[in-house]
Design a protein. Structure first.
Length: 121
């Protein structure tokens, strides 16, 4: 794999990740509006997501059951994971090219990203 091909694959990954996450968020928004169109909104009060939508397993469960809120959250999780997948793909590509320095740097960045996502408050 050469540098140009790796750049093209990474570009396609980023494009696909953003488009898929946007489609999932849009589908969730449409479902949410379809079932809550008559609800009144109080813009003066912020109501955070329920406890079931604050964990990855809760989001996955809600999305699999086609709840609008769960699909919107799942789309945002996919959007957050897109650059993480980009770094992982870059590390893999650099390893295929046998570029040890860039592979090591990519793996360090990937470890930092994963650690920060796992320990985010």
């Amino acid at each position: 794999m050469d540098d140009r091909r790796l750049e093209n694959v990474i570009g396609q990954l980023l494009r696909a990740g953003v488009l898929i996450s946007a489609a999932v968020v849009a589908a969730g928004g449409i479902l949410y509006l379809a079932f809550h169109r008559a609800g009144l909104v109080n813009y003066g009060v912020f109501a955070p997501a329920g406890p079931d939508l604050r964990t990855v397993s809760g989001i996955a469960h809600a999305a699999l059951h086609l709840h609008g809120e769960g699909l919107m959250q799942a789309g945002l999780v996919l959007l957050i994971l897109t650059p993480v997948a980009r770094v992982a793909l870059a590390a893999f590509g650099f390893a295929l090219e046998r570029d040890r320095l860039f592979t090591l740097v990519s793996l360090i960045v990937l470890a930092i990203l994963v650690f920060s996502l796992m320990h985010a408050a």
